[in-house]
Design a binder for this molecule. Structure first.
Ligand code: SAH
Ligand code: SF4
Ligand code: F3S
Length: 505
């Protein structure tokens, strides 16, 4: 996750992510086959935009297509099929995809002119679902438009469009599909952390948001299939899972009359391994129960980090946004979270310049940020999305220049808070899960604390990706902690309750 979104970047986005085969994973999870030509002689390249859910979905798409005989190409130039798994959350997200499509289409035309093999181009995900067949009118030469609930149909659609030369479309949304039985092919993986999708869709209908339209109704995946997937990841040496859903903490299934909610599910996942860190994204404040907070408190491997998007600091704006809580409810929740989970780290999403936002209302967002002091924030200028409640009922009346100015104030304040939170950690020892080498230098490693702070430190001999290390924090910026390696460790050793010496139990 990015610590601070400077401007209009996607939450948690690692986009675009390409379908580079996982060379880091260890054991026998399904792996993409690199290079050209699977058993059906064709190779597919998948490029992912948007949120973590899309990254997880691309891994399902890779699984479905590997099963149908396609190879998964890590280089676009080796592929016969290029699939863009898209995002529709803001206009900018769609613009990026249109830009990419222009590029891929040019290659298709060039190849056709040279008499080469026909390239198939597919648009998957939220933009496919939002625009449906309109996308075919707007984007000539797209062969495939497939929505997020129709991926099982991909092999048939690809074969059909190859045979007929016509575009194939399936944008049917489902009330049941959770892809529960599929083993995702881990793409671009570091072999240390993985996403596990546990619910799909969203029933909340926040006024600004396109997701309920692109992802359909909420549905939760059966417990057994989640535990089995996480179990396989543990066996394969993974050390961290992030369980995913559009409104992840509204997870709920009925198991023969016994309901399992999100708190119970996390508890059960945490019993699988003492070495597996557990995170989740994205939660809605309305579903952040005391039971859930107690799971954070009681289970040492459930990270003390909660992404708790507030969206705005003013109660009237929250009502216009249809967020179902007030400023006061939210601040109460933050107080409860901090009382039950001491030291919990909080992050948020904030929208600047929503319909009708006044200067005074914007000032309430800044004052809420002061009251909470988030560790991270993803911040966005409001972007009107067609068909949403806000697009139908309100005027998008805050001028762009004002949206940008307000966003800059939010970003600047967040940077101060992040720096202060980092500075307060200088001198402390933190348990870090090593994710890989630092982006700047191979001589340094990078990893995260339980509270999701990024730490960079000089690589000692014998410490590898996937190891836990105690690191002393010496210095910081607003984005990163800089530290010194103290010792290699295990999570179990660091989280065991203190042993009473000579005392009364
Ligand atoms: N399901 C998640 C968020 C999904 S979208 C949740 O409810 O928290 C991620 C973030 O994008 C949202 O939290 C919101 O801050 C932002 N966002 C959504 N729609 C937007 C829009 N129309 N304009 C600007 N930002 C938007
Ligand atoms: Fe969108 Fe609201 Fe659902 Fe989040 S909770 S996905 S912001 S509708
Ligand atoms: Fe984008 Fe769809 Fe995710 S709109 S943020 S890819 S759910």
């Amino acid at each position: 996750m990015q610590p601070i979104a400077d401007l209009d970047v996607l939450p948690d986005a690692v986009a675009p992510v390409s379908s580079a085969p996982d060379t880091a994973g260890t054991l026998d999870l399904p792996r993409p086959v690199a290079g050209r030509g699977g058993t059906n002689g064709r190779a597919v390249y998948i490029e992912t935009y948007g949120c973590q859910m899309n990254v997880a979905d691309s891994e399902l798409v890779a699984s479905i297509l590997s099963g149908a005989g396609y190879a998964i190409a890590s280089d676009e130039m080796d592929a016969d099929v290029v699939l863009l798994n898209t995002c529709a959350i803001r206009e900018k997200a769609e613009d990026r995809v249109r830009g990419r499509l222009t590029h891929v289409r040019a290659r298709k035309e060039r190849q056709a002119a040279e008499g080469g093999a026909a390239l198939q181009i597919g648009v998957l995900g939220c933009m496919a679902e939002r625009l449906r067949s309109k996308l075919l009118e707007q984007e000539r030469l797209v062969d495939l438009v497939v929505g997020p609930d129709a991926y099982r149909d991909l092999p048939r659609l690809l074969a059909e469009s190859e045979a007929t030369g016509q575009a194939a479309v399936n944008v049917q949304l489902s009330r049941e599909e959770t892809y529960a039985d599929l083993a995702p092919v881990r793409l671009d993986s570091n072999g240390v952390s993985a996403f596990v999708s546990i619910m799909r869709g969203c029933d909340n209908m926040c006024a600004f948001c396109v997701v309920p339209f692109t992802r359909g109704r909420e549905r939760s995946r059966p417990v057994a299939s989640i535990l089995s997937e996480v179990g396989q990841l543990v066996d394969a040496g993974y050390k961290e899972v992030t369980v995913l859903g559009q409104n992840v903490n509204s997870y709920r299934v009925d198991q023969g009359g016994a309901p399992v909610d999100f708190a119970e599910l996390l508890y059960r996942i945490s019993l699988l391994s003492p070495e597996l860190r557990i995170r989740y994204s994205t939660s809605h404040p309305k579903d952040c129960s005391d039971e859930l907070l107690h799971v954070h408190r009681e289970r040492p491997t459930v990270c003390d980090f909660i992404h708790l998007p507030v969206q705005h600091g003013n109660t009237d704006v929250l009502a216009r946004m249809r967020r179902t809580y007030t400023r006061e409810h939210y601040l109460d929740l933050v107080e409860r979270a901090r009382a039950i989970v001491p030291g919990v780290s909080l992050s948020t999403d904030i929208i600047a310049g929503f319909c009708g936002e006044t200067d005074a209302e914007h000032a309430d967002t800044l004052s809420l940020m002061e009251a909470v002091r988030y560790d991270h924030a993803f911040t966005f200028a409001y972007s009107e999305r067609p068909d949403t409640y806000a697009a139908r009922k309100y005027a998008d009346d805050v001028p762009d220049s004002v949206k940008r100015a307000r966003l800059s104030e939010i970003v600047a304040l967040q940077r101060e808070h992040a720096l202060a939170s980092h500075t307060a950690r200088v001198g402390r020892e933190e348990v870090v899960l090593v994710e890989g080498t630092s982006k700047r230098s191979d001589a340094q490693l990078r990893g995260r604390t339980d509270t999701s702070h990024m730490v960079v430190f000089d690589r000692p001999a014998g410490l590898e990706r996937g190891d836990y290390a105690v690191v002393r924090v010496d210095d910081c910026t607003s984005a990163t902690l800089l530290g010194t390696f103290v010792r290699k460790t295990t999570l179990a050793a660091e989280t065991a309750p203190p042993v009473a010496v000579g005392g009364v139990a």
